[in-house]
Write a protein that binds this ligand. Structure first.
Ligand code: ATP
Ligand code: MG
Length: 140
């Protein structure tokens, strides 16, 4: 059993529809523990820096517009193989491809407004956690 941490973001389409509790229930039912959480409004610079890896992609500007369009909930999830487990619970990026019962299949509005973000590797999880949280904000 490898206990890991991963970064999750509940995106503006989900905060707008007031379904953050429903999403948290899915995460907790999957065995993931929310060990840090805060509701924030991303600034333009923050969104651009967070998604810098996608800078050359055609959807980059629109994605940064979307991610700054309303509040988000950033959170650290802890659990056995948390990175992979969270990706399973989230489902595929495009909700039309997401497996039944996943968060994106049940809640996402579109490939862009797809309700949640989750780190895609242990290295990115560490980088993304440090991007949003100080050590003293994490209570495991
Ligand atoms: P995330 O990084 O948010 O967990 P992901 O790893 O499944 O999602 P990425 O390929 O990293 O997907 O894309 C990051 C985000 O960019 C997606 O979650 C989605 O919001 C948006 N996105 C990805 N592909 C497209 C696309 N073709 N058109 C519009 N938006 C897209
Ligand atoms: Mg990604």
């Amino acid at each position: 059993m490898a206990v890991e941490r991963t970064l999750s973001i509940i995106k503006p389409d989900a905060t707008r529809r007031n379904i953050t509790g429903k999403i948290n229930a899915r995460l907790e039912e999957a065995g993931l523990r929310i060990v840090a959480q805060k509701r924030i409004r991303l600034g333009r610079d923050q969104a651009e820096a967070f998604y810098e890896v996608h800078k050359e992609r055609p959807f980059y500007v629109s994605l940064c517009d979307f991610m700054t369009s309303g509040p988000v909930v950033v959170q650290i999830l802890e659990g056995d193989q948390a990175v992979e487990r969270n990706r399973e619970v989230m489902g595929a990026t495009n909700p039309t491809d997401a497996a039944a019962g996943t968060i994106r299949a049940d809640f996402a509005e579109s490939i862009e407004a797809n309700s949640v973000h989750g780190s895609d590797s242990a290295d990115n999880a560490a980088r993304e956690i440090a991007f949003f949280f100080k050590d003293e904000e994490i209570v495991g």
